[in-house]
Design a protein around this ligand. Structure first.
Ligand SMILES: Cc1cc2nc3c(=O)[nH]c(=O)nc-3n(C[C@H](O)[C@H](O)[C@H](O)COP(=O)(O)OP(=O)(O)OC[C@H]3O[C@@H](n4cnc5c(N)ncnc54)[C@H](O)[C@@H]3O)c2cc1C
Length: 387
């Protein structure tokens, strides 16, 4: 009987441990989780609904270094195979128009409960303890936890975004890890936007690095006390983090422009400045813009003022001060270097040890791409154990 130990009871482990035990009931499968609960992060996904996959795979939305691994992963387990494997473990999905795949019940906490039920039913053992280190010798792995040591045939590390402790573990085993930064997180701004807290609306959002456009899209922008959020901004934060891994950059060289689409024709000639802004924006944003640009609320708009105002409403610039913390991000950008693993996610340097999911240097944008990769990587590792 083979023994397989998964470290970390998150999304990738919960799905792949269940698949492994279903496919190979003779295997002893163990999950080690340092928290008091399994699947804490999974239960918060997709605004509580769990966006488990996008409508279509798109390798280009992941960090560029991951492209080859992502293409191999999706060739190995296509989206339809992935959804069938989810079905096999009792995770039936449906699409929500324009957004992607979700569990039929549309509840992330329920998805975790259902997986936990499968884990109990299949006799998968859960140990609540912290993983500290491992040693691989003679085709056996000794797994060192805070409270005990366990012997196994295979170790699958699925500890999610790289912590300081896990960085030390990998580095002590000569496994290269990259720098890490928060991804899919809000962005702090240099400007004082406290008066805009809670204000949200749809706009064209453009990320500039120095004078170059890095990314432009249309979507909802949400103001925080000191910054910006909303899906387009979250996606942009990951682009900034990816660049920080490659280069030393000055965060203030990034600007975010918020603007009404150019094609939106608005007739503001002859109106007062205040009337014009209130036609276009919520009151708090209208007031903020008038004040920031030192405009006279009562001034009647003539042709030259019209030009100035249209420029402002189409391209209002904010300077990036910093990114929010890891705890505010949905993913970690960076992780175990991809040249350390084989196509089946086994470490090249040590036999019988695998690394899957977010612990790797793979990050995707919002929309189900991160769970799609994390869980598929676990399925591939499991396939290589039962083949
Ligand atoms: C608010 C929020 C919303 C999100 N929404 C979506 C979404 O809708 N769609 C999507 O695709 N992605 C989403 N994500 C991202 C997604 O949750 C992650 O990509 C995914 O959970 C990664 O899975 P994982 O198994 O690699 O790691 P995790 O799910 O993070 O699990 C890692 C586990 O390892 C445990 N662990 C860490 N170190 C140790 C140790 N030393 N010993 C023992 N255990 C340890 C942790 O406690 C944790 O339980 C969201 C993330 C957040 C925070």
């Amino acid at each position: 009987m083979k023994k397989v130990v998964f470290i970390g009871g998150g999304a990738s482990t919960l799905c792949s441990a269940v698949l492994l035990k279903k496919r190979e009931p003779s295997f002893e499968v163990v999950i080690v989780e340092k928290d008091k609960k399994l699947g804490k992060k999974l239960s918060m996904t997709g605004g509580g609904k769990c966006n488990i996959a996008p409508l279509e795979d798109n390798p280009s939305v992941y960090n560029a270094l991951a492209l080859e691994l992502i293409e191999n992963t999706f060739k190995n387990i296509s989206l339809s195979q992935y959804l069938s494997l989810l079905k096999e473990i009792g995770f039936d999905t449906k699409t929500i128009k324009d957004y992607g795949y979700y569990p039929i019940h549309e509840s992330a906490p329920q998805a975790v409960k259902n997986l936990y039920h499968q884990i109990n039913k299949l006799g998968i053992k859960v140990i609540y303890d912290e993983f500290l280190d491992y040693e691989s010798k003679n085709n056996k792995v000794t797994i060192k936890l805070k409270e005990q040591n366990i012997e196994a045939d295979y170790l699958i590390i699925a500890t999610g975004g790289l912590s300081k402790e896990m960085r030390n573990v990998f580095e002590n085993h000569n496994v290269k890890v990259t720098k890490t930064y928060p991804g899919l997180c809000p962005v702090r701004l240099k400007e004082n936007v406290a008066s805009l807290f809670g204000c949200r609306f749809e706009a064209t959002i453009t990320l500039f690095y120095k004078k170059d456009i890095v990314k432009q899209c249309y979507g909802e922008v949400q103001f925080k006390k000191d910054g910006l959020s909303g899906i387009p901004v979250l996606n942009m934060s990951s682009l900034i983090s990816r660049k920080m891994i490659d280069e030393d950059i000055n965060m203030n060289d990034y600007q975010i422009s918020i603007g009404l689409p150019e094609q939106l024709h608005v007739d503001i000639l002859g109106k007062t400045v205040e009337e014009a802004f209130l036609m276009l924006f919520k009151e708090e944003y209208a007031n903020y813009m008038i004040e920031k640009h030192d405009l006279n609320k009562k001034e009647i708009i003539n042709q030259s003022l019209e030009k100035i105002i249209l420029n402002i409403v189409q391209d209002e610039r904010f300077t990036v001060e910093s990114l929010y913390d890891f705890k505010d991000g949905q993913v970690t950008v960076g992780g175990v270097s991809l040249d350390e693993i084989n196509k089946d996610f086994a470490l090249k340097i040590t036999t019988n040890v695998y690394v899957i999911g977010e612990a790797l240097n793979v990050d995707g944008i919002c929309g189900g791409y991160n769970l799609r990769f994390a869980i598929a990587s676990g399925f591939i590792a499991v396939h290589s154990l039962v083949k």
